[in-house]
Design a protein around this ligand. Structure first.
Ligand code: NAP
Ligand code: ZN
Length: 366
């Protein structure tokens, strides 16, 4: 079974096409974004006149940081209510899109900060429009929101069907302003999502053509994009791959591949895509015996062996090593093993196995 309640407008005409559906979202939008990307990407200068032309008012909440924390969600909820908005537009990478989803839920259910993850309290949501400006998370087509709780120093996601965006507006030109580093990290995140669609115990062969195509698009376009960041056809391919990754994990969820990276982000500020990238080869080798048939099907479709694929991946600077001692790594193991995405992995490690996976990214100490 496949299910996706998001209307997707993709390509150079995406915003104009979406214009026909915006009035059905509401009369006043809370625009949720980060400090600069909504403007730098060119979305704001295209969107605001369109909203005006449709008679839709707006209020801008530009307070979302990378890895949004729960206090930002409560502040956004406050602004939505004070400004009497009746729908939310998230613009940016996964951080503002996830924040837009959580703000919609928080405001519609009057959630307090410690109720944001409480599924029983998630009864309503304001309509959500998602406009991505990175090509990584696919959040524009998922029901997930990933937040950081600063008080417990934990990053964790939750899923709720009410926060599937009603409308996703994906125009690859909005990613042309991404730096090479963010372009790389976010593409690696998309690659993780696509691979996890194969790894997940909720894997669904109906998704395989999309997964295989998405991985092939990244393989054929990532290097080109990094060498020539202004080359739109490569951005087009990477945005498509990212969206395919989102559609994939909306059905399969992510796995240990994601859960293992979260503590690196909270402890060292490792960007989300890179936190995945540092483990891609390690996790692929760990899972391979359990999903050999599926991975072999992928590599056959790419016309490569697994070693050839890993050699291609080696060209990118993603094998980050960290100066973490054993005690710190061990202190993360309970949290990783308890994560909702760890339990749907094809192999669920015990603590000893998990420690050896974690230790493989440890810097050698002299
Ligand atoms: P991000 O954290 O949203 O943004 C990273 C940086 O890129 C920010 O500094 C941002 O600037 C900048 N940026 C974004 N678009 C830009 C553009 N077009 N031009 C120039 N700069 C731009 O990055 P992300 O990797 O897309 O999102 C990561 C988050 O998404 C993580 O919290 C991750 O856990 C979550 N995630 C969610 C899902 C899901 O399904 N919901 C899936 C995977 C990951 P600003 O600060 O100005 O915005
Ligand atoms: Zn991700």
């Amino acid at each position: 079974m496949l299910y996706l309640p998001t209307r997707i407008c993709f390509g150079a005409d995406a915003l104009n096409e979406a214009g026909a559906y915006l009035p059905s979202m509401g009369k006043k939008a809370l625009i949720v974004c980060g400090k600069s990307s909504a403007v730098k990407s060119g979305v704001m200068s295209d969107l605001l006149p369109l909203l005006d032309s449709k008679g839709i008012a707006h209020s801008v909440f530009a307070e979302i940081s990378e890895n949004p924390d729960t206090t930002q969600i409560i502040a956004g909820k406050g602004q939505l209510i004070k400004e009497a908005c009746d729908f939310v537009i998230g613009i940016g990478g996964g951080s503002p899109l996830d924040a837009a989803k959580a703000i919609s839920l928080a405001a519609a259910n009057d959630l307090l900060i410690d109720q944001l993850y409480d599924a029983e309290m998630h009864q309503n949501a304001y309509p959500i429009v998602a406009i991505p400006t990175t090509h990584g998370t696919g959040s524009e087509t998922t029901q997930y929101s990933v937040l950081t709780d600063k008080s417990s120093h934990k990053k964790a996601g939750f899923g709720c069907e009410l926060i599937f965006p009603r409308l996703a507006i994906v125009d690859p030109k909005y990613t042309l302003s991404l730096s090479p580093r963010i372009s790389l990290n976010t593409s690696i995140d998309a690659l993780s999502h696509l691979l996890e669609g194969i790894y997940s115990s909720m894997r669904n062969p109906l998704l395989y053509p999309m997964i295989f195509r998405g991985i092939s698009l990244i393989k054929d376009n990532l290097q080109t994009c990094l060498k020539n960041p202004g080359y739109l056809p490569a951005r087009n391919a990477l945005c498509l791959a990212s969206m395919y990754g989102g559609i994939t994990i909306a059905h399969t969820s992510t796995t240990l591949q994601h859960a293992i990276g979260y503590p690196f982000t909270t402890e060292y500020n490792t960007p989300h895509g890179l936190a995945n990238g540092m483990f891609i080869e390690i996790i692929m080798r760990y899972y391979y015996p359990a999903v050999k048939a599926e991975l072999d099907q992928l590599f056959a479709s790419l016309g490569m062996t697994m070693e050839g694929f890993l050699e291609w991946l080696d060209a990118f600077p993603i094998k980050l090593k960290v100066d973490a001692d054993d005690a710190l790594l061990y202190s993360w193991t309970d949290q990783i093993l308890a994560a909702r995405n760890t339990v749907i992995s094809p192999v669920i490690p015990d603590k000893a196995d998990l420690m050896s996976l974690l230790k493989s990214v440890q810097k050698e100490r002299v």
